[in-house]
Design a protein around this ligand. Structure first.
Ligand code: FE2
Length: 181
């Protein structure tokens, strides 16, 4: 079940708000202007669906976002617990950073945990299949795929260069609960 926990950024032990209903999560995330919604596939996807099949199944929703936000590119990323570089991949976005572009992820399968640091709050969002999250450009955040990552995500880009991580140098991420999977 998808879950949002909101913390004060100086109190990582005690969430002050928790939501599991999609509508409640979406409303709470309006504060930091993060878009959260749930999508349904237009057609059923086989287990061995190609990336083109996956994008095709969500084409209508993808086109709406591409038009609204001016995204130019879309791809699919697939990480499994047997991925040879899973530890390095996990480390890559595990510290607080920003991007000059939106970070948009739609979970086709599996799960992962995003953390948004906005004002004096940390929004910890456990995303599962069906969840769309769009983090605005320059918003401080990090992402944990856990020690046994398993997810398939659609990513949308304005420019591929815009998705380079600019690390803030803060160690805040080390103080908040990591994803256990
Ligand atoms: Fe990021």
């Amino acid at each position: 079940m998808s879950k949002l926990r909101v913390y004060r950024d100086d109190a990582p032990d005690t969430p002050i708000v928790e939501h599991t209903l999609g509508a409640d999560i979406a409303l709470e995330l309006e504060g930091p202007e993060v878009l959260f919604s749930r999508w349904e596939a237009d057609r059923e996807l086989p287990a061995d669906a190609s990336n083109d099949d996956i994008i095709g199944a969500y084409r209508a929703q993808i086109d709406v976002l591409m038009t609204r936000y001016g995204f130019h590119a879309v791809d699919v990323v697939n990480v499994t617990p047997t991925h040879p570089d899973k530890d390095a991949l996990r480390q890559k976005f595990l510290s607080e950073h920003t991007h000059s572009d939106y970070e948009v992820r739609f979970f086709v399968e599996g799960s992962g945990q995003f953390y948004i640091h906005h004002a004096d709050r940390v929004y910890m969002i456990f995303c599962q299949a069906g969840d769309l999250l769009s983090i605005p450009a320059n918003m401080t955040h990090w992402f944990d795929m856990g020690p046994n990552p398993s997810f398939k995500c659609i990513r949308l880009f304005t420019t591929p260069e815009g998705w380079v991580a600019n690390f803030t140098g803060s160690d805040i991420a080390e103080h908040f609960p990591r994803l256990v999977n």
